[in-house]
Design a protein around this ligand. Structure first.
Ligand code: SF4
Length: 337
């Protein structure tokens, strides 16, 4: 729904003023969000997501202590951007499985082999379509879902598919740092040291592939990070922050509360509020005075302000999220001149 139409409804104006088209878009967005809520799979709160592993220690700490309890309903457009990525992943995986010289390894068997090497990974199971499988490793506190493991030219490699904007793709000369952290988690969980990154331009479907070896330094970096954050969770003390990674962090307020000493650990039982002693008042005529009701007109005003604030907040959050991509696309468009 367009902002103007939303505001009309928020201000208590006749919803009939909302245009036919805006109503349709609003109903569509609601359907996308309903579907997402129905299909979204949670993950256990005592594990890390490999895709976040490059993030700031303190952000990962917040993610863990809040678990899935603070998951906000995502914006419908963002849900569909992710869905498009998933659709593309599945098509690419299918083509790879049909390639000559490629053998797709069964993830369940890969996990069995990893266990024989002493790696404590468990196979959690396939999804309904048998296209995605999840694994977990309690020693590494990792819950993960690799795109696949293949054998090509005699080498076992983890396949990691990434779709990206044209600008990002044009400037892709090596795997992204956060993607390296992500696949290092997979490699440690599966006992495989090679990764084939397969980057695709979202608009033109051009490809770049990089064979990358997970180094011992990367494994140590991931292990140290896991141990640092687990120790911080155990102690209930937020770890060091890294302000170079704040852009997409949704814990900015909570992070500030840590810096100002006002942070309260949600995992601890709430402290009883200290009640100020009250004197018993003698009943007087004034005590019996009926409380004046707030004028009825105030309720919608407060509600409207709250809705306006929520709209502005969600717009600001969305803009911040897409700003980077939008910049990239704008620059790209100029380059085409
Ligand atoms: S706001 Fe920045 S420093 Fe604070 S937790 Fe988030 S990423 Fe870390």
């Amino acid at each position: 729904m367009g902002l103007k139409s939303l505001l009309k409804v928020a201000e208590g104006k006749n919803p009939a003023n909302v245009s036919f088209e805006d109503k349709f878009i609003a109903a569509y967005s609601a359907a996308v969000q309903r579907k997402d809520k129905h299909e979204s799979q949670g993950y256990p709160s005592d594990f890390f997501r490999p895709s976040s592993m490059y993030g700031c220690d303190r952000m990962l700490f917040f993610m863990r202590i809040h678990g899935g309890s603070d998951e906000e309903q995502a914006d419908a457009n963002l849900i569909e951007i992710c869905d498009s990525g998933t659709d593309r992943h599945l098509r690419i995986q299918k083509i790879v499985s049909e390639m000559e010289g490629v053998k797709c390894l069964d993830l369940e068997d890969v996990v069995k082999e990893a266990r024989q090497k002493g790696i404590n990974t468990e196979f959690e199971g396939w999804n309904k379509d048998h296209t995605e499988a999840r694994c977990k490793n309690a020693d590494l506190s990792l819950y993960f879902q690799p795109d696949g493991v293949i054998n090509f030219q005699g080498k076992d490699v983890i396949l990691e598919i990434k779709t990206e904007s044209t600008y990002q793709h044009a400037n892709r000369y090596e795997p992204k740092e956060d993607h390296k952290y992500q696949v290092t988690c997979y490699g440690m969980g599966l006992g495989i040291d090679y990764v084939l990154f397969f980057y695709e331009d979202r608009n033109f479907c051009t490809k770049k592939a990089y064979l990358w070896k997970i180094t011992d330094e990367m494994k140590a970096a991931v292990m140290n990070k896991v141990q640092r954050i687990n120790a911080a969770i155990e102690a209930g003390v937020p770890p060091e922050k890294d302000e170079s990674k704040c852009t997409y962090c949704k814990y900015k307020l909570e992070c500030k509360a840590v810096d100002t000493g006002l942070w309260i650990n949600p995992l601890l039982p709430p402290e009883k509020p200290i009640q100020a002693p009250t004197r018993r008042k003698k009943k007087t005529a004034s005590n019996h005075t009926t409380k004046q009701k707030k004028p009825l007109t105030e309720a919608p005003t407060v509600a409207t302000a709250k809705i306006k604030e929520a709209i502005q907040k969600s717009e600001a959050a969305y803009l911040a999220k897409i700003e980077h991509e939008a910049d990239m696309e704008a620059i790209d468009a100029r380059r085409d001149w």
